[in-house]
Each structure stands twice: as C-alpha cells, then as structure tokens.
Write a protein that binds this ligand. Structure first.
Ligand SMILES: *[C@@H]1O[C@H](CO)[C@@H](O)[C@H](O)[C@H]1NC(C)=O
Ligand SMILES: *[C@@H]1O[C@H](CO)[C@@H](O)[C@H](O)[C@H]1NC(C)=O
Ligand SMILES: *[C@@H]1O[C@H](CO)[C@@H](O)[C@H](O)[C@H]1NC(C)=O
Length: 339
C-alpha cells in the first residue's frame, strides 16, 4: 500500500526537491520517500532498487551530506554489511526486528567478524536485527570465540527497535555517542563491550548459554581507559533475563563505567553482581553502579564491596540525555524517533 502510493508521487518532485540527478542515481525512477526522506528500496525478490543492503549503501555517493533512507524489506539477508566512514546520514529501516535481519557467521577476530559495521557519523537504524549466527543459537560443537554482530564506531548514531544477537562479543559499542531504545541484545560473554558513550533505554538484555550449567555469563565489558574519557554504558529501564547466571559486567579497561538505573533483573543476576577480571587492585577506579533496580536479581546484599554508590548529582548527570546529547544532535535528525 505504502509502496503503491509512493510510486505515484515520486517522480516529479524528487529531482526538484532533493536534487539527486541521474548521474548519481541511475535507478531514480524507483526512489520513493520514507519520513519525507529520499528512499532506496532493498528487496531480495528484485522488486526494489537493489537485492542486497550493501549494494544500496554502495550506491550512495561518497561524502553524502543529506539524510537518505534505505528501506529493507522483510527477509533474512545473508551478507556482511559496512557503512563506510565517508557515508554519513544514512537511515536503515527494516520492517520489524523479527522480520528484517542481517545474518553472517564470521568469528575469531573482533575486527573482521562483524555482521554489521557502522563507521560513519549520523547513522540511524530502526526495526532490523543484526545477528552473528556463530553460536547463536548456541551449538554445542562450536568452540566459544568472539563473533561480533554489530560494530558501531561512528559518532551520533541511534538504534530503535533493533536486535543484536550473538554469543561472545555481540555488540561492539566501540566509540562515539550512541542511543539504543527498545532494542534486544543477546549473548553470553562480554556481549556489550567497548568504549562507546551510550544510553540504552527500555531494552532487553538476554543472557544465553550452551547449557544450563554452562558457567556464568557477562553482560558488559566496558572499555573506559582513563579518568578523562567521557564514555560509559548507561542502562535505563532495561530488562535483564536469560537462562544462566550472569554478572552485570567486568572492566575491560581500568576506568570502566556502567550504570544500571531503574532496571528489572530476573534471578539470573549473580549475587556478587560484578567481576573484577584483570583490574584487581584498582577497584576504586571502576564505576559500576545500580540504582533503583527491581526484580529478584536486584537484591544487592551480596554485591562486591567495590560496587559504587552514586550521589544524586552524578546519577542525574549520567542518566540524563545530556550524557550523550548536550548539543542536540538527536533533535537535528530529520525525523522524531524519540517518541
Ligand atoms: C570526500 O571528502 C574528503 C574530505 O573533504 C575529500 O578528501 C575527498 O576527495 C571527497 N571525496 C569525494 C569522492 O568527493
Ligand atoms: C522506571 O521504569 C519504569 C518501567 O519499568 C517506568 O515506567 C518509570 O517511569 C521509570 N521511572 C523512572 C524514575 O525513570
Ligand atoms: C536479600 O538477600 C539476603 C541474603 O540472601 C536475604 O537475607 C534478604 O532477605 C534478601 N532481601 C530481599 C528483599 O529479598
């Protein structure tokens, strides 16, 4: 229905309004609009502009400076997808996180295994799942090793209703300011890791394992390396659940910062809450905190002694949207996804 309407209105105005010429977009006759953005359609059956997501990205000119939507029809796309650094202002829109998914199964290295790599600033994705199928779902005969589903290293990037599914090192929230809302993130070991400066809101964190007694999971491995770095992972109104006991996190670097705020924990959260990993002796530099959490896993009687108690001022600084967006980049994105 939407497609049909779009086909009726597209042609005259797109060239006038957006100035995309035939030279840049040979397929211009099929461009439409989503949220009033010029839109490229990906459809594996051949009814769109491209059959693969990467070929749609490749068609966008280097140094792109206007928002453009890539609309990705419901399907499982078997490809590794990269948005290179010189292609900012791309909005990837799927048809639902259970309907549109990108799947690959590379593993063994964090820098080559990602199913989806986002290097550019100003990227938005909505209603799409990125999965690394190596050990997701868990397969007992595969050894456990890194297998990244998404590697996010651009600044000012936002993800709404997205899935990130893997086992070890699922989501490399590497660097830059990021917002995740209503997402599902699944894994077993260090499955949200890196030195991103990120707020995760109303998202589900699902801890899986190869077996019921398959050790203990670790949700986060945050990588803040010095006390001057602004990064950290803030979880607001999130849900933690799964099938095995888990730590909320362990420090990947010596100034790791992770806060769970007003979140709900099932009984899988280990009483200690956190693990010190390789930062023994430097507990006072680690900022791991919980505030206002609920559920059977939130009883903090048995927590590690070095879990930090945050004062109200620090708490409100870290949990406010200003933590990632003091300059208003989210509002400057040409569509309101915050609602
Ligand atoms: C893109 O911008 C960079 C930096 O300004 C420039 O060096 C490069 O030549 C540009 N590329 C194209 C294809 O215009
Ligand atoms: C806490 O989370 C619940 C949802 O679980 C939400 O309705 C409520 O507004 C949140 N409260 C605060 C103070 O953020
Ligand atoms: C929290 O755990 C402690 C130790 O297991 C227990 O004594 C206490 O009753 C628990 N509190 C709640 C509110 O369940």
């Amino acid at each position: 229905m939407a497609f049909t309407l779009l086909h009726h209105i597209f042609c005259a105005c797109i060239i006038l309004s957006f100035g995309f010429g035939q030279a840049k977009f040979g397929f211009i006759k099929k461009l439409g609009f989503i949220n009033r953005l010029p839109t490229i359609y990906v459809d594996p059956s051949g009814h769109g502009n491209f059959r693969t997501i990467q070929s749609a990205i490749d068609s966008i000119p280097s140094n792109n400076s206007e928002w453009i939507c890539i609309y990705i029809k419901a399907a499982e796309y078997r490809e590794q997808v990269t948005i290179p650094q010189d292609k900012p202002f791309i909005y990837l829109k799927g048809e639902g996180k259970r309907k549109t998914s990108v799947v690959w199964d590379a593993h063994g290295s964090i820098t080559t295994s990602a199913t989806f790599t986002s290097e550019a600033d100003n990227i938005v994705a909505k209603s799409i799942t990125f999965r690394n199928s190596y050990n997701n779902p868990p397969t007992s005969n595969n050894q456990v090793t890194v297998a990244v589903a998404a590697w996010i290293l651009g600044d000012k990037s936002a993800f709404y209703r997205c899935g990130f599914l893997g086992f070890q090192d699922t989501l490399w929230d590497h660097q830059g300011r990021h917002y995740f809302k209503l997402c599902t993130i699944e894994g077993s070991v260090d499955f949200i890791f890196g030195a991103g400066q990120s707020i995760y809101e109303r998202s589900s964190l699902s801890v899986i394992s190869k077996s019921k007694n398959g050790g203990i999971g670790v949700i986060t491995a945050q990588g803040r390396a010095t006390k001057d770095e602004p990064n950290g992972f803030i979880f607001k109104d999130c849900n933690v659940f799964g099938t095995v006991p888990t730590y909320l996190g362990r420090p990947w670097r010596d100034y790791a910062r992770v806060v769970f705020y007003n979140s709900t924990f099932s009984d899988i959260v280990a009483p200690e809450g956190w693990d010190i990993w390789n930062s023994g002796g430097r507990e006072n530099q680690i900022m791991f905190a919980e505030y206002g959490c609920k559920g059977s896993g939130s009883n903090n009687t048995g927590r590690v002694s070095w879990e930090m108690k945050l004062d109200q001022k620090t708490l409100s600084t870290l949990t406010s949207m200003n933590f990632i967006d003091s300059e208003g980049w989210m509002k400057a994105q040409p569509f309101n996804m915050l609602a």
